[in-house]
Design a protein around this ligand. Sequence first.
Ligand code: SF4
Ligand code: SF4
Length: 499
Amino acid sequence: MSETAIVKAGVCGKTTRITATPSEDMMTVSVRIESDCPMVAKVPVIEGIVSFEEVGTPFNESVIYKWASENIRHTACPVPCGVVKCVEAAAGLGLKKPVSIEWERSRLPHQGDEGHMAELGFGLMRLPLKDPDDQSSVDVAQLKEMVDMFLDAGLDYFDTAYMYHRNVSETAIKEALVDRYPRDRYRLATKLPIMMVDTPEKAEEVFEEQLRKTGVEYFDNYLVHNVCGEFYSNMEKCKAFDLLKRKKAEGKIRRIGFSFHDYPELLDKVLTEHPEVEFVQLQINYLDMDGPIASRKNLEVAKAHGVPVIVMEPVKGGLLADVPDEAREMFESKDPGMSPASWALRYVMGLEGVETVLSGMSSVGQMRDNLSFATDFKPLDEEELEIVGKATEIINGKVAVACTGCRYCVKGCPQDILIPDYFSLYNSEKANPPKGWSVPKMYYKNRSKGHGLASDCLECGNCEMNCPQGLPIIDLLKDVAKTFESRGGPLPLQSASGR
Ligand code: SF4
Ligand code: SF4
C-alpha cells in the first residue's frame, strides 16, 4: 500500500508531497515527489529503492541522499529525511509518526536561571525626530546608534506597526536594522492595521506591503493591531486571523498575536474564539493596574488562557518618567541614580506572565538609561513594591480630578455615565497631553460603549449628592466631553442612546 507524507520545509515556505509505493514482494519502493520547490521537483521520481538497505545505510551510500545532493543546494532541507521516512513506512519498517523540529529560544546573557523576569523590547512608536513637529521626520542616524546599543547589550526584540510615525516606522527600521544586520541577529514584530482594512484582499495586500517596507522575509511576531469592541467585527469581516494562520503556514509569520485596548470580558472572548493566538500585547503599568484600563484583570485573563503577555505603555506614555517631586525623592533615596522610568519598567518586568516589556525609547540617553538596569535586571523587592504603592497614591493625588474611584456616584445616574472611569482617563490625558493619537481618548470610546457619554449628563445632580469628595461632577463632565468628544478626531463617538 502506498504511503504519503507532506513536508513543510519551514522558512522557505515550500511544501513537498512524497508518495512511496512498495513492489508486490515489498523488496523495493518507488517514490513520487511533488513540490513547490523547483530544486526538489527537478527529478520527481526515484525508482527501485531497496528499502531495508536504504533505511540502514550510511548517508554517503544512500540512494535518497545521493538524489538530494544532486538536486538540492541546501543541506538543512528536511525533504530527504521525509523521503527516507516515507520509504520506511511504505515498506513496513517504521511507524507513521509526525516529525518536527521545535525551537527553544536561547537565554539572553542577562537572564539568570532563578526567578521570573521579562526581557526589554524596543518599541518603535516614539523614535527620535529631526523635526519635533513632524512625526515622519525620523532621525535615522540616531536610531542606528540606538539599534547598535540595544543589540550590543544582548537584546534583540523590535516592535513596529504600519501606522507608527505616519507609516514611516517600518521603513526606518529597515534602514537602521534590517539592512545592517543578519536576520538571525534580531526579532521583528509588526501589526495589521485593522482600522484601515475591511476585506480579506486588502488585509493581504497590506501584509505583503509590510514585508516590502521592512525588507524581511518573515516576521517573528505579527499582531492584529488594536483589537477592541469597535474593530472586532471589522477584524472578523476581513478574516484577519485566517490570513495570519495562512501566512504562518507559508513561513512568513513565526507567532500570531494581537494588541489589545479594551476590557477583560472582550479579551476573554477573543482568546476563547481564537485559540491560534500565541501571545497578547497589553497596556500594563503600576498606575493602570486597578483603574479603568484594568491592567491587572487583563493580565489575569491572559494567564488563565496560558497566553504570554508583551507589555506596552509600561511608563504610561511618559507620565511615570516625570513623577511629582515627592515620588521622585522617594525613588531617589531608596536607589540613587535609578530613574523613575526605570522603576516603572522594573515593576512590569517582574510581573508573572509577562515575557517582554516594550519601551518606546526616543533618544540615545533613554536607551542608555533603560539598558543600565535591563541588562542586569532585578525585580522589585517587597520594600520597593511598597514604595511604588506610595508613589501611585502621590501621583493619583496630584491629578486633575481628585476622584478616588469609590463609585458612589454611578448608581443614581439616570444616564448610566461611568463617571470615575471617565475621570481616570481624563486624568491620564491631562497629565500627559498627547501630541497626536490619544490612547485615553480611544479607551474613552471603548469604555463608553453601551453607557452614557459625558455629554449625556442631564445635570440632575444625583451624583454630586453622593460624592464623598464633594467634586463638581457636572462641570467636570463638561471638560471630559470637550476633551474626548471633539469632532474630527479618529474616533467619532456614539452613546448608548445612539446619539
Ligand atoms: S448630574 Fe449627570 S452625571 Fe450626575 S447623576 Fe445626573 S445625569 Fe448622571
Ligand atoms: S463619588 Fe466622587 S470620588 Fe467617588 S467615584 Fe464618583 S466622582 Fe469619584
